[in-house]
Write a protein that binds this ligand. Structure first.
Ligand code: IPE
Ligand code: IPE
Ligand code: MG
Length: 245
C-alpha cells in the first residue's frame, strides 16, 4: 500500500492499517488554547505545540496507509481572535510551508489549501500558491483548510455556477468547491471535547463518520488516531440504505 508521508519511527509496530474504506481522514484540530492555558502559558504557545503535533499526526496517517488527510487549520471565523494570536498562526503557517517545500522530494505530497487565499498577506498567499504548484504532480494529498468556512465555500460555488449560467446540480456544485475532484472524508475527527462541526466541510461531510475525543490537539498521539480508526471500522455505513454488516 502506498505510504503518504514516508515511514516514521513509530511505523514498524503500527497497530492499525487501513484499506480502501478509509481513504480520507479529516481533523478538526481543536484545543490548542486550553492546552496552553492549563500550563499557564499564552494561547500562542498552544498553537506552536499544535503545529508540531500536526506534523506528527499527518506523518502517522501516512504510515498507516491513509491517502488523503485534511486538517482544519484556520476558519473564516478565527480572524476575530486577538491580533497576536492570529499573527502567530499566520507565522506558523509560513514556517510549515517552508518545511514542506524543503521536504517535498522526500514526502511526495500534493498540498492543497482549502479557503479564500485573498485574505492572507501577499507574501504568504504567494507561498501557498507556489507550494500547490510545485507539489501538484503528486497523487497523495494533504488539504489544509485555512481561511476556510463551509458556508462561504458553498455560496462561492453557487456564485461561480450562476455567473457562468450553468445549472446547479450536486455534481456541478461539487466541482466548484475547494475540494473539487477529492473524495469526501470517510472519517472526521474532532479533538478537545467539542461535539460540533464549526463550519467545517458542510457539504463534503454529508455521510462522513464523526469521531470525538476529549484529547486536546497538542496531546494527540498515534494511539488516539488508532482509537479513531478502530472505531470507524466498527461502524456500518449505510448511506440511507440497508446493508448487512
Ligand atoms: C484550535 O485550537 C486551533 C484554531 C482554531 C486555530 P483553539 O485555539 O480553538 O483552542 P481552544 O478551543 O481555545 O482550546
Ligand atoms: C474550529 O475550532 C476551527 C479550527 C479548528 C481551525 P474553533 O475553536 O474555532 O471552533 P469553536 O469556536 O469552538 O466552534
Ligand atoms: Mg477551539
Amino acid at each position: 500500500m502506498p505510504r503518504l508521508f514516508g515511514k516514521s519511527k513509530s511505523a514498524d509496530n503500527a497497530p492499525v492499517s487501513v484499506d480502501e474504506r478509509l481513504c480520507h481522514i479529516a481533523f478538526i484540530m481543536d484545543g490548542n488554547g486550553r492546552w496552553a492555558k492549563s500550563r499557564g502559558m499564552p494561547r500562542e504557545y498552544g498553537h506552536s505545540k499544535g503545529a508540531e503535533t500536526f506534523k506528527k499526526i499527518v506523518r502517522y496517517c501516512g504510515d498507516i496507509g491513509i491517502k488523503i488527510v485534511t486538517v482544519y487549520a484556520f476558519s473564516t471565523e478565527n480572524w476575530s481572535r486577538p491580533d497576536a494570536e492570529v499573527r502567530r498562526i499566520m507565522s506558523l503557517l509560513g514556517e510549515y510551508i517552508d518545511g514542506a517545500e524543503r521536504e517535498l522530494d522526500e514526502n511526495k505530497i500534493r498540498y492543497v489549501f482549502l479557503g479564500d487565499k485573498d485574505a492572507f498577506d501577499a507574501h504568504l498567499r504567494e507561498r501557498m500558491i507556489n507550494l500547490e504548484q510545485i507539489s501538484a504532480g503528486y497523487e497523495l494529498r494533504l488539504n489544509i483548510a485555512a481561511n476556510y468556512g463551509g458556508r462561504a465555500e458553498i455560496v462561492r460555488a453557487a456564485s461561480i455556477l450562476a455567473s457562468r449560467g450553468e445549472e446547479i446540480t450536486e455534481a456541478s456544485l461539487s466541482s466548484c468547491l475547494y475540494t473539487a475532484g477529492c473524495p469526501d472524508p470517510d472519517l472526521i475527527v474532532r479533538t478537545a471535547n467539542e461535539q460540533r462541526v464549526s463550519n467545517f466541510l458542510l457539504w463534503q461531510g454529508a455521510y462522513s463518520e464523526y469521531y470525538f475525543t476529549p484529547t486536546l490537539w497538542p496531546d494527540m498521539t498515534p494511539d488516539d488516531v488508532d482509537a479513531a480508526v478502530r472505531d470507524f471500522y466498527s461502524r456500518g455505513r449505510r448511506y440511507g440504505g440497508v446493508v448487512n454488516k
